[in-house]
Unconditional design. Structure first.
Length: 378
């Protein structure tokens, strides 16, 4: 009950002869000195805590609760709060993952086919766990993979061939059985990690070996050495391409002789178009750094101006120089041509690097002969 500011005095009649003997009466007098009716609030700290957001994360603010302990105050026993930035005592939480290494690192394994052996694949793996309870990936585990063949050496996958037999390969050349400069090799790959391992089942491959199996083939081997567009009397293209070929078989009766053939090729020689200003002869050869001795079925060299050189028909992977031609029109005579790609078939068995690649030259309309080397690898 709050004070009103009035002083109440109680009187009692103590005269036995009085008709109001023993009765009481009161007197009400305003007296703020003796009967103070109100006082200012007295707020003292009651408690404090760190503020949390809806996700239960600390915001960096501290909430302080105060209580009014003055009985004469109109807010007696009530509370109020203050919100103060205090990142020292109420450090702000964040949702960034906190990845911590767990366990010992290990080498990742893989199955080497077709042998089925399990071994290192060269990757060193460290597992980590997100230790931030507020992170969206809290408690999750991830793998950090680093290619490290020092800690995780990989097995040797190089084929380890055991030769069973070798015989010179023969062909029928116009009714005569002759050597073609290759040999048939029967072998077994004994390396169980090799991609060519065949569970000790022998395989037969054909490889170039002109030293031990020299060619005795006598029929001509014609290769393209030059080509140009056929023109009419006015100097315009007819749509035909003239190809000059040379016999490169030393055993042939026409060795080093040339012949010409005419083919329809309106793409290279558009009808009515101007005759190219020059013909560039491309010469190439293959260097075989592979363990296999396969023949190339065909290949296409694409140049930066879109011109293509194509060849095929059982090209040996360690043969001598081969050649083809491209024609450079007037508009391209100062173009810096490069080799943009080389497509080799069968593509599933050949990898290569071209040396040099790109090979750059300036035709200057002068034609001439340009050479490049293709190095084959496993």
């Amino acid at each position: 009950m709050a004070r009103t500011g009035y002083l109440i005095t109680i009187y009692q009649d103590i005269n036995p002869s009085s008709p109001t003997y023993n009765q009481t009466r009161e007197e009400r007098v305003l007296d703020e000195t003796k009967c103070q009716s109100s006082a200012p609030a007295n707020w003292i700290e009651d408690s404090r805590y760190c503020e949390l957001d809806d996700n239960g994360m600390q915001t960096g603010y501290e909430i302080v609760i105060y209580r009014d302990v003055e009985p004469l105050s109109s807010t007696y026993n009530q509370t109020k709060q203050e919100r103060n930035l205090n990142e020292e005592d109420c450090e702000r939480d964040n949702a960034e993952p906190e990845w911590v290494n767990i366990g010992e690192p290990f080498c990742r394994q893989k199955v080497y086919l077709p042998g089925g052996k399990m071994n290192n694949d060269g990757y060193w793996v460290q597992q980590q766990q997100d230790m931030n309870e507020y992170s969206p990936t809290a408690d999750q585990i991830r793998d950090i993979e680093t290619y490290d063949v020092v800690h995780c050496p990989i097995p040797d996958t190089t084929p380890n061939y055991q030769i069973i037999s070798e015989t010179c390969h023969t062909i029928n050349d116009n009714g005569e059985i002759v050597f073609d400069g290759t040999k048939d090799v029967i072998r077994i790959d004994t390396n169980e990690y090799s991609s060519t391992y065949n569970f000790n089942i022998p395989e037969t491959v054909n490889v170039i070996d002109e030293e031990n199996c020299p060619k005795t083939k006598k029929s001509a081997e014609w290769v393209d050495v030059e080509s140009y567009c056929e023109t009419d009397s006015s100097g315009k293209n007819t749509g035909n391409k003239i190809i000059v070929q040379k016999d490169v078989n030393p055993n042939s009766s026409t060795y080093n002789e040339t012949q010409t053939i005419t083919v329809k090729d309106t793409e290279a020689c558009p009808i009515g178009g101007d005759t190219p200003v020059s013909t560039v002869t491309m010469r190439w050869k293959f260097i075989n750094n592979r363990t296999k001795g396969d023949f190339i079925q065909s290949f296409t060299v694409t140049l930066s101006n879109g011109s293509q050189i194509k060849s095929g028909g059982g090209l040996p992977t360690n043969g001598g120089w081969r050649s083809g031609t491209i024609q450079i029109p007037e508009s391209d005579k100062t173009t810096q041509l490069t080799i943009s790609s080389i497509d080799i078939l069968p593509s599933s068995t050949f990898n290569y690097t071209a040396n040099p690649l790109p090979y750059i030259w300036n035709t200057n309309g002068a034609g001439g002969t340009k050479e490049f080397t293709i190095i084959l690898t496993d």
